[in-house]
Design a protein around this ligand. Structure first.
Ligand SMILES: Cc1ncc(COP(=O)(O)O)c(C=O)c1O
Length: 371
C-alpha cells in the first residue's frame, strides 16, 4: 500500500499554481505588499460568501481574536469563558488582550463548549464567551447566544477551523458579535503563510476593529487609539481569493470522505465519532475519532504508512502557561476535555484526498482490531 499522508498541501497548491502566478507577479510589479486592492477584493468576496457587511483582513487568527476582544472593550480583570478543549490561541488571546480566561468543559458528543457548564462559570466579572467551532463542527450558538443575551455578555466565534460551516442553515462567522478566522496553511481555507480575518454584522464594531488592527488610525498618521500592526498581506489575499471560489466544493469533498470514514468505522473496536446535528453542516476540518487505544493505534497506522495526528494532547486548563497564571493552584477538573485529550486521533483529511485513500485508512484501522 502506498503511504497515505495525514495532510498533503502540495495537492492544493498545484490546483491553483497556474492562476496564482500572474496575480503574484502583478503584486510584485506594483510593490503593493500590505493591504491594497488584492486585500480589498478578498475582504469583499469573503463578506459576500458569509453574507455579512464586513470582513477585515489581519495577520493571523490569533491577532483576529485579540483585535476582536479589544474592539469589544475587554478590560483588565474581565473574565471570558472559553472551552477547556481547543487550540491554545483561544485562551492565549484573552490573556494577550488583558483579560482572564475561565474554562468550561466541552460536550462529549460534539467536543464543543457545553452551554450548561458555561452558564455555571458566569460571575460578576464575566464579560463574554468565546465559542470554538472545533474541527469544523458548529458549536451550539442557540444555547450560548441565549446565555449571553440573558446575562448581558458578548459572544465571539473562534471560526479558525470552520470556513464555510453552517449552523441551522446560517454560515458560522455570522452568529456572534464578532468572529475570528485563521487562514493558516492547513485550514480549510488556507493561505501560503500566516493570515487571518474578522467578520461581523455591526459596522461600528467592525470599524473599531479595523482601526485597532492598523495602529489605531482613522486617517493617515492620525491615531485615535492604541492599536497594533496586524494587516493582511496582498500575496496571501490573492491565494485566499482563488481558494474561496472552490471552498464549498472542497468542503463537500471533505464530507464525502467523512462519510466513508463514518460508515467504515461504525462498530469497530471502541471507536467513537463526534456527532453532527442534522440541521448543521460540519466542514470536517479534522477527521477525529476517539479511542482508549489512541497511542497504540497511532503507532500501528504509522507502521502501515498512514499518517495521523493528535489535536490536542492536553486540555487548555492543564497547559503550563495557564497553570502559571493560576499561580500553581490546582485546576478544576474538566472531565470531558481531559478524556478527549487522551483519546482523540485525527485521520487523513483534506479535500484532495482520494476516496480510495480514505478506504485504505479505514481498512488499516479495522486491521488494528482484527489482527
Ligand atoms: C481554534 C483555533 N483558534 C485560533 C487559532 C489561531 O490561528 P493562527 O494560527 O492563524 O494564529 C487556530 C489555528 O491555528 C485555531 O485552530
Amino acid at each position: 500500500m502506498n503511504a497515505i499522508p495525514y495532510l498533503d498541501l502540495s495537492r492544493a497548491r498545484r490546483r491553483i499554481a497556474d492562476r496564482l502566478a500572474p496575480r503574484w507577479q502583478a503584486i510584485l510589479d506594483a510593490n503593493a505588499f500590505v493591504l491594497g486592492p488584492e486585500v480589498e477584493q478578498f475582504e469583499r468576496a469573503f463578506a459576500a460568501f458569509l453574507d455579512v457587511p464586513g470582513v477585515i483582513g489581519v495577520a493571523n487568527g490569533t491577532d483576529a481574536l485579540v483585535v476582536a476582544l479589544r474592539a469589544l472593550g475587554l478590560a483588565p480583570g474581565d473574565e471570558v469563558i472559553v472551552p477547556a478543549f481547543s487550540f491554545f490561541a483561544t485562551a492565549e488571546a484573552v490573556v494577550l488582550a488583558g483579560g482572564t480566561p475561565v474554562f468550561a468543559d466541552v460536550l462529549p458528543e460534539t467536543l464543543n463548549l457545553d452551554p450548561a457548564d458555561a452558564a455555571r462559570r458566569v460571575t460578576a466579572r464575566t464579560v463574554g464567551v468565546i465559542g470554538v467551532h472545533l474541527y469544523g463542527r458548529p458549536f451550539d450558538a442557540g444555547a450560548l447566544g441565549e446565555l449571553c443575551r440573558a446575562r448581558g455578555l458578548w459572544l465571539v466565534e473562534d471560526a479558525a477551523q470552520a470556513h464555510g460551516a453552517r449552523y441551522r442553515g446560517r454560515r458560522v462567522g455570522t452568529l456572534g458579535e464578532l468572529a475570528a478566522w485563521s487562514f493558516y496553511p492547513t485550514k480549510n481555507l488556507g493561505a501560503f503563510g500566516d493570515a487571518g480575518a474578522l467578520s461581523g454584522r455591526d459596522p461600528e464594531l467592525l470599524a473599531r476593529a479595523r482601526r485597532i488592527a492598523n495602529h489605531g488610525q482613522d486617517g493617515r498618521y492620525h491615531h485615535v487609539a492604541i492599536g497594533t500592526n496586524s494587516r493582511l498581506d496582498a500575496l496571501q489575499a490573492a491565494v485566499l481569493d482563488l481558494r474561496l471560489a472552490t471552498l464549498d466544493a472542497d468542503n463537500a469533498a471533505r464530507r464525502a470522505l467523512a462519510r466513508i470514514y463514518a460508515e467504515g468505522l461504525a462498530g469497530v473496536g471502541d471507536v467513537r465519532l463526534p456527532v453532527d446535528h442534522p440541521g448543521d453542516e460540519c466542514v470536517v476540518h479534522q477527521m477525529t475519532i476517539l479511542t482508549a487505544r489512541r497511542d497504540e493505534l497511532m503507532a500501528f497506522l504509522r507502521q502501515r504508512g498512514v499518517g495521523s495526528s493528535v489535536h490536542y494532547p492536553s486540555p487548555l486548563h492543564r497547559q503550563p502557561a495557564i497553570e502559571a497564571i493560576r499561580g500553581g493552584a490546582a485546576p478544576e477538573p474538566m472531565r470531558v476535555a481531559e478524556q478527549v485529550a487522551r483519546e482523540v486521533l485525527c485521520l487523513p483529511m483534506f479535500a484532495e484526498l482520494e476516496l480510495t485513500e480514505a478506504e485504505a485508512v479505514v481498512a488499516a484501522v479495522r486491521d488494528f482490531w482484527t489482527t
